[in-house]
Design a binder for this molecule. Structure first.
Ligand code: KIV
Ligand code: ZN
Length: 432
């Protein structure tokens, strides 16, 4: 569980702030195996998908979009594999996506035959751009398309009573759709599904291509949150993409605007510049006192599986996960971190400067935090000597050794390893 209290480091003189923080974790839907997979140069093999699926389950995802079964035989077969090999734990629900076309919906239900539980995710594009350019259909034709698809889903579900069904509807390109029309589309589908508080439908509102500042998306979500009827029978979900690089902010503001569920991918994989990064989003919540219900205590292990399966490297400066994000190079940062670590009381708020969270919370080690290069000052040098070799240097000796370190780093143009540091220390103080 989260070990932080909300905003420990902020002094809240403005009393409005506490109402504007996110107080509880959303439901999470990983779309790594669908939106993430469809964006890969080389889609994942069934073995890779299964490995990724099992990692998502271990991490705590309870809803996982696994395929677009009507789109390819590989996706169809993967759904069959999960069901026939009984790979779906009792507390996990798989989700599959389908367009609003009868033959695709039928094929989707065929793929799901025998599933214990499933979310069937229906979508069709609703924006004027799509209506005019792609479908050449007017508003009422688009409503009819979705309504008939929703009815077919209802009928097919009745024919497969062994499965506990849930339905989801996405007006694709929601963020580019007139709000009144997006609402009309959702209401038309809900009229057919007749959800109840015990069997809620999911209304998912995608920013299919992110095109505005995050506050605009949040305003759109808030408007839908206020206007949708049967609000207690709906889970309001968001699906931000990252075309402007602001998907995480968009998701956070959308949660404050009434959304309860987020669809995204680990480390921001997904179409174009990606889906919202669920790792960053969840750990942002964690550092603000909200337990995300996802286990990132060995983030490197999760990153290894993701990279191995989808072939995408993680940037060294990726929030929380990058190789370099718990490393300080400059002397003043090293000094502040050293003082912060010394003052940190176990179990208290995390208050170490320059580190957004305790690296150990994500399985990282702060032994590696302080590296020595030409930018390091005496404090960094002293810290490494003490941490790695148990040597406590007096101040005057720190200054002398730091000068030697700087000369060596300037000369080689690279970092000075701890073994090299020890050799310098020996040369300067032990062998002379
Ligand atoms: O980005 C998107 O709009 C989607 C939908 C099909 C939900 O992935
Ligand atoms: Zn998407």
């Amino acid at each position: 569980s989260a070990k932080y209290r909300a905003f420990p480091a902020l002094h809240l003189s403005d009393r409005r702030w506490p109402d504007q923080v996110i107080r509880q974790s959303p439901q999470w839907l990983s779309s790594d195996l669908r939106d993430g997979n469809q964006a890969l140069v080389r889609p994942m093999s069934p073995t890779a998908k299964l490995k990724f699926f099992e990692t998502l389950v271990r991490t705590g995802f309870r809803q996982i979009e696994v395929a677009f079964p009507a789109a390819s035989q590989a996706d169809f077969d993967f759904v069959r594999l999960l069901i026939e090999q009984k790979r779906i734990p009792d507390d996990v629900t798989i989700q599959v996506i389908t367009q609003a076309r009868p033959e695709l919906i039928r094929r989707t239900f065929e793929a799901l035959r025998g599933a214990p539980r499933a979310i069937v995710h229906l979508y069709n594009a609703t924006s004027p751009q799509f209506r005019k350019l792609v479908y050449r259909a007017n508003r009422s034709q688009v409503v009819k398309l979705a309504s008939e698809a929703a009815q077919l889903m209802q009928d097919l579900a009745q024919q497969q009573p062994e499965t506990d069904w849930r339905f989801q509807y996405s007006p694709e390109s929601f963020n580019a759709t007139e709000l009144d029309f997006a609402l009309e589309m959702c209401e038309a589908v809900l009229d057919i599904w007749q959800p109840t508080p015990r069997r809620k439908a999911i209304i998912n509102l995608p920013a299919t291509v992110e095109r505005c500042t995050p506050n605009i998306y949040a305003d759109q979500i808030e408007w839908m949150h206020r206007k949708l009827s049967r609000r207690d029978s709906i889970v309001l979900s968001v699906h931000p993409h990252n075309d402007r690089g602001t998907a995480v902010a968009a998701a956070e503001l959308a949660l404050q605007a009434g959304a309860e569920r987020v669809e995204g991918c680990l480390f921001g994989n997904g179409e174009r510049s990606g889906n919202v990064d669920l790792v960053t989003l969840a750990l942002n919540l964690y550092t603000q006192g909200v337990d995300p219900g996802l286990d990132f205590s060995d983030l490197d292990a999760i990153a290894r599986v993701a990279t191995e399966c989808n072939g995408l490297p993680i940037h060294p400066r990726h929030p929380y996960a990058g190789e370099l994000v718990y490393t300080a190079f400059s002397g003043s940062h090293q000094d502040a971190i050293k003082k912060g670590l010394a003052a940190q009381i176990p179990g208290d708020f995390w208050q170490v400067p320059y580190l957004p969270l305790d690296p150990q919370d994500v399985g990282r080690d702060y032994e590696a935090l302080v590296r020595i290069n030409s930018q390091s000052g005496k404090a960094g040098v002293a810290h490494v000597l003490q941490q790695e070799f148990g040597v406590i240097l007096p101040r005057v000796a720190q200054i002398e050794l730091a000068e030697q370190v700087q000369q060596l780093a300037d000369f080689t143009g690279r970092e000075v390893g701890s073994e090299e540091l020890w050799r310098l220390f020996e040369q300067v103080f032990l062998l002379s």
